[in-house]
Design a protein around this ligand. Structure first.
Ligand SMILES: C[S@@+](CC[C@H](N)C(=O)[O-])C[C@H]1O[C@@H](n2cnc3c(N)ncnc32)[C@H](O)[C@@H]1O
Length: 468
């Protein structure tokens, strides 16, 4: 039996199940430190085991069935969390995972994982690897031992290791760049959150120019200014955006947002007039702040014979890193090029009356006042009753939010003074704030799977036409 959609990400055992084997809360004694050596949630262990055992996992191909894989992963994590003692959770958090993070970063920078992956990842001795990357063999031995203990590499002999799929993936620029991006940009911000909040009497940051990021980096520049000022940071950030989006169901697939029915059907091919008055071919989709074009590439591979132009907009420093194949694809990879348009989304949108404007991971980067400014420029370019604005973001459920959305919410707060939103909060921003009409909510927890972002489809109400 495969798990149902509701079971994805959340174990099916009710979180409110009484913790039958634990002491009643009334007898809790904060001075009794023996609690630190008892399982964190013993009362749930047997029901979690029963729940996992009730499925025929052996019949499932985990390389193909994403929902089943995520479901089992979630149940397994819940079981580990229930079985661990507070002492074990503590040392894993503060010791094992912090040293693991920096060991991985050092391995990336010294090409350790490239060396391990050579010869199809055959086992290699510590001495061989240390010589290949010019590293102290004794120190490398200690670091490899920890990586193996954390299940990131496989020990094949007393002084010999081989990579697994994770450590092989550390040789790819999206995964490697993500570690470097977090080390250099995100962690200095998050590690200063407690100090920043203390100076602000524990009030949420509300601006892009005064938040834990600017405090932690001791800078008056915003996140995007810091990224744009360094080629290395720019590369790492772009790599992270690619890694983050990989392996998710395509945003424009019927499972998430039925783009064929909602955009291609009803597309008007009549040429439109551009902002300078000249005639241009009708535009199907504008990806605003689309980074290096991964979402448009996904779209064109899902709908290779789509009509109309696809336009990628971002800051010039970002577009210069977009792969050349985007704008001049091989005849087999894509039927038509993606147009690259440098554009600052705090200025008027130059492409008028496109079928759709797409914002993925944009509004969660900006405080409300800035979001409203971005939205107002897009709204003015939209043709009422025809153009659609697609907001592809987390839609945090009111109950049982998954960690992929909750961690991102906290990082958006730290880096930008911004946030992830529930559907209710999205409607407040989009409808009450920007005067748009939300005509559909697709994918995401409400319509499908937690851990997959939703798409809010908005229109300019026809009655707004007169005001435009
Ligand atoms: C979090 S990334 C999202 C990228 C892409 N949409 C995705 O989901 O993978 C935010 C993007 O906004 C772009 N950006 C930031 N400020 C911008 C501005 N003022 N005008 C246009 N793009 C901007 C960044 O360069 C970056 O590519």
């Amino acid at each position: 039996m495969a798990p149902s959609v509701q079971e994805i990400y959340h174990d099916t055992v009710d979180n409110t199940t009484p913790n039958v084997k634990a002491s009643p809360s009334s007898s809790f004694d904060p001075n009794d430190i023996s609690i630190n050596a008892r399982p964190c949630d013993l009362g749930r262990v047997s029901s979690l085991i029963d729940d996992i055992a009730s499925y025929n996992w052996g019949d499932i191909d985990f390389s193909k069935d994403r929902n089943a894989r995520i479901s089992l992963l979630s149940k397994a994590r819940s079981l580990v969390a229930a079985l661990e003692t507070p002492r074990e959770t503590l040392i894993r958090h503060i010791g094992a995972e912090t040293s693991n993070f920096y060991t991985i970063v050092i391995g990336i920078e010294t090409n350790l994982f490239h060396e391990m992956a050579k010869d199809n990842g055959s086992p290699k001795t510590v001495t061989h690897l240390a010589s290949a990357i010019s590293f102290d063999p004794d120190l490398l031995r200690r670091m490899l031992r920890h990586l193996a203990a954390m299940n990131h590499i496989i020990q094949t002999g007393s002084d010999e290791y081989r990579p697994n799929n994770f450590s092989k993936a550390l040789t790819t620029s999206p995964i490697a760049g993500s570690y470097q991006f977090y080390r250099d940009i995100c962690l200095p911000a998050m590690s200063n959150l407690h100090k920043w909040l203390k100076t602000k009497s524990y009030q949420s940051p509300q601006t892009i120019i005064d938040n834990p990021f600017t405090f932690g980096h001791q800078t008056s520049q915003t996140f995007f200014e810091v990224i744009a000022s360094s080629e290395k940071n720019n590369q790492h950030f772009n790599n992270h955006m690619v890694a983050y989006c990989q392996g998710q169901p395509a945003w424009c697939s019927p499972e998430v947002y039925p783009a064929f029915d909602r955009l291609i059907t009803g597309f008007d091919p009549t040429p439109s007039s551009s902002s300078d008055g000249s005639e241009e071919e009708a535009t199907l989709l504008v990806d605003i702040g689309g980074n290096v074009g991964h979402d448009l590439l996904t779209f064109s591979s899902c709908y290779p014979s789509h009509p109309g132009r696809l336009v990628l907009q971002d800051l010039p420093s970002v577009l210069s890193s977009a792969p050349p194949s985007l704008s001049s694809p091989s005849p087999t990879s894509s039927p038509r090029p993606i147009e690259l348009h440098p554009h600052n989304f705090f200025t008027p949108q130059p492409i008028l009356s496109a079928r759709a404007y797409y914002l993925h991971h944009i509004l969660h980067d900006w405080p409300d006042s800035k979001c409203l400014s971005i939205l107002s420029y897009i709204k003015r370019a939209m043709k009422p009753g025809y153009s659609r604005l697609l907001i592809n973001e987390s839609i945090i459920p009111e109950r049982k939010a998954g960690w992929e959305a909750t961690y991102l919410d906290l990082y958006m707060m730290v880096l930008f003074g911004a946030r992830e939103r529930t559907e209710r909060e999205w409607r407040v921003l989009l409808e009450d704030g920007a005067g748009l009409k939300v005509v559909g909510v697709y994918g995401g927890p409400g319509g499908g799977v937690e851990g997959v972002e939703g798409v809010l489809e908005c229109e300019v109400a026809l009655e707004d036409e007169e005001e435009q």
